[in-house]
Design a protein around this ligand. Structure first.
Ligand code: PGA
Length: 250
């Protein structure tokens, strides 16, 4: 009943002049995104105009990787939700662990950004996940419940518009994937946490897995009852591997 959603997170890769070629390849390899799975590419800010042009006429969605929570003002270097909307952006990744780790993103700022994204009509992809140390110290459950509760506070009525990505930090870019059983356990915990916040809407939230999802493990992960797609880093930088993961979600 939940449509699977597979999103590529290009991170800080691909020049504006390189974006169209990759998108062209993804269009071909995914049948224009008309494949029973919601397909999204989240590109660097400066690639957005080229990506929007290259996506015209396809069903593939366009996403950004961050935004500021204010609508406008003296915030040098920042980008607002309205600016993204104006360029045709439909999705935005919020609270990615790299932003939490390197750019001082907190649950509080993720929550402000989430509210601003919903207000602007963007579909937010909110990332949560524990570090290796937290997992080894037995704190995974507390960390996840805490992040979900704080990041989504006050947004209970809009749950069906929100996508969550569970990305164990130790699995990102490391080639080390959570097993499908490990991932399902956390996805179920996330859904149980959402159910405490809004029992009527928790089943509607799509929860992606992210962290070294590849063509060879994607089907196994997405076969689990609470894994509703993937947020793909490395494997999203090549059309064929990205399309193979999309196909695994069918
Ligand atoms: P990865 O990145 O697929 O390269 O592990 C996933 C992500 O960080 O979203």
């Amino acid at each position: 009943m939940r449509t699977k959603i597979v999103a590529g997170n290009w991170k800080m890769n691909k020049l504006p002049s390189e974006a169209a070629a990759l998108i062209e390849g993804i269009r071909k390899a995914t049948n224009e995104g008309d494949c029973g799975v919601e397909v999204v590419v989240c590109v660097p800010f400066v690639d957005i105009p080229a990506a929007a042009a290259a996506l015209k006429g396809s069903k593939i969605g366009l996403g950004a990787q961050n935004m500021h929570w204010k609508a406008n003002g003296a915030y040098t270097g920042e980008i607002s939700a309205g600016m993204l909307k104006d360029l045709g952006v439909q999705y935005v990744i919020l609270g990615h662990s790299e932003r939490r780790q390197y750019f001082a993103e907190t649950d509080e700022t993720v929550n402000l950004k989430l509210k601003a994204a919903l207000e602007a009509g963007l579909t937010p992809i909110v990332c949560v996940g524990e570090t290796l140390q937290e997992r080894e110290e037995g704190k995974m459950q507390d960390v996840i419940v805490n992040q979900v509760t704080k990041d989504l506070a006050g947004c209970q009525e809009d749950f069906e518009k929100i996508v969550i990505a569970y990305e164990p930090v130790w699995a990102i870019g490391t080639g080390k994937t959570a097993t499908s059983t490990q991932a399902q356990e956390v996805h179920a915990l996330i859904r149980a946490t959402l159910a405490k916040m809004n029992p009527a809407k928790a089943e509607k939230v799509r929860i992606q897995y992210g962290g070294s999802m590849k063509p060879n493990n994607a089907a196994d992960l997405m076969a689990k009852p609470d894994i509703d797609g993937g947020l793909i880093g490395g494997a999203a930088l090549e059309a064929d591997s990205f399309a193979a993961i999309v196909a695994a979600g069918k």
